[in-house]
Design a protein. Structure first.
Length: 410
């Protein structure tokens, strides 16, 4: 235990002494703080022009119209599109204006029920054709009502019915929890990927430069891996706590500029019990992955082999992340319920379920117990792999070979 604390202090100090860690922490903190200031900055660019009461019903923006059909008049169109839309006298001039970029869209009105669009380019956000279709639909509908002896104004008034509804939620509102759930899920994903890579690279580096041989003579392998894992775990939590604190300060400074719905989605459902569940599952799952990363790092003798050695566990965690993403939209699905009990995916799936839907205490305790037992078992197993791998040099050893060697000796 004494040696473990020594390794922990040394490893933690070496992590915080790395210039790259400090620079990345500061840059990420600045980026997140700047992101919280965006709503305030946008207020300086808001259009403060008074609302035009004569604003057209449909805004065709930078478009041109050509009337060909005789069953529709310019005055009828102006009622909906306003008098700022340019009307052309022939199709050639309309087409030329589109080609030269004077207007973005051109529309040839063939009749009250048909038209042709002339577009230089069309992207997925161009809905101008649908607006023209709406205008012609309204004009034709009003004409048909008048022919039937019905006042279009009275029809519009009769259709303008406002329904008032109230909502009583007995459980949890997933809409309020969605944003904070995604932010926390992404933070855990970055935490595991970054510090899992750190700990596996650190172990492989010591083996590559033969430092491990010196360390093992004075310290037990058990103390080395436990100290390294705990140091990297604490370093990651401290780093992300600092970044989160800076972002939180930025948020509270600019809270007034955020839309009310965003404020509700961030902290509307962030209760103490939800925070506790998140911290418990994140801590255990974080340790679980770090032990696996450290043990896999000990199986290689060269730094360049680290990425291929840890690719399996990285892929497994990516699956856990994808499952959690699925859980954001379907928290009550069977596959997410199963994932919330599997230790490698429960780190993300169970907190997501708890944030978005009702989860019983029994379910939480069972999942937490499974994860705790798995983490403890994997920690012991990882120590054995680390002990075996730290003394094995030469070509990279696969996890399966290491497992066979360990079980054959036991």
């Amino acid at each position: 235990m004494h040696n473990t604390s020594k390794v922990f202090k040394f490893e933690l100090q070496s992590i915080f002494n790395r210039k790259s860690v400090r620079v990345v922490t500061v840059i990420m903190a600045i980026v997140f703080f700047a992101a919280t200031c965006i709503p305030t900055v946008l207020t300086f660019f808001e259009d403060k022009t008074p609302i035009d009461v004569d604003k057209p019903i449909v805004d065709l923006k930078n478009s041109g119209l050509l009337l060909v059909g005789e069953d529709i008049s310019k005055d009828e169109l102006i009622v909906y599109v306003g008098d700022k839309v340019t009307f052309y006298i022939d199709e050639a001039s309309l087409r030329k204006a589109v080609e030269e970029g004077k207007i973005d869209n051109g529309f040839v009105i063939l009749s009250s029920t048909s038209f042709k669009s002339i577009l230089k380019n069309k992207d997925m956000t161009n809905y101008t054709s649908e607006m023209v279709k709406y205008v012609l639909t309204q004009i034709t509908t009003n004409r048909n009502l008048i022919l039937a002896g019905i006042d279009p104004v009275k029809v519009s008034e009769a259709s303008n019915v406002k329904i008032v509804s109230t909502e009583e939620i007995l459980g949890k509102d997933a809409n309020q929890s969605f944003l904070i759930s995604y932010i926390l899920m992404f933070a855990v994903y970055m935490l595991v990927i970054m510090y899992g890579s750190f700990v596996s690279t650190s172990v492989a580096r010591e083996k590559d430069n033969r430092t491990m041989e010196i360390l093992i003579t004075s310290t037990k392998p058990d103390a080395l891996i436990v100290g390294k894992v705990l140091a990297n775990g604490v370093a990651g939590l401290v780093q992300f706590a600092f970044i989160f604190s800076v972002a939180l300060i930025g948020y509270f400074l600019n809270q007034a500029s955020f839309p009310e719905i965003v404020n509700e989605m961030l902290f509307g459902s962030l209760t103490w019990d939800a925070i506790l569940v998140f911290l418990m599952f994140t801590s255990l799952g974080y340790l679980l992955y770090l032990f696996v990363y450290a043990s896999l790092g000990s199986l290689v003798s060269k730094l360049e082999d680290v990425s291929s050695s840890v690719s399996v566990v990285t892929l497994l965690f990516m699956v856990a992340y994808l499952m959690a993403n699925l859980g954001l939209s379907m928290p009550n699905s069977l596959i997410i319920k199963i994932a919330s009990y599997f230790p490698f995916t429960a780190i993300l799936s169970m907190p997501i379920r708890y944030f978005l839907t009702q989860v019983s205490i029994i379910e939480l305790l069972i999942s937490l117990a499974i994860m705790a037992i798995t983490t403890w078992s994997l920690a012991i197993f990882s120590i054995r792999i680390y002990r075996f791998g730290s003394l094995s040099y030469g070509n990279k050893m696969s996890l399966i070979k290491a497992m066979k060697a360990i079980f054959s000796k036991s």
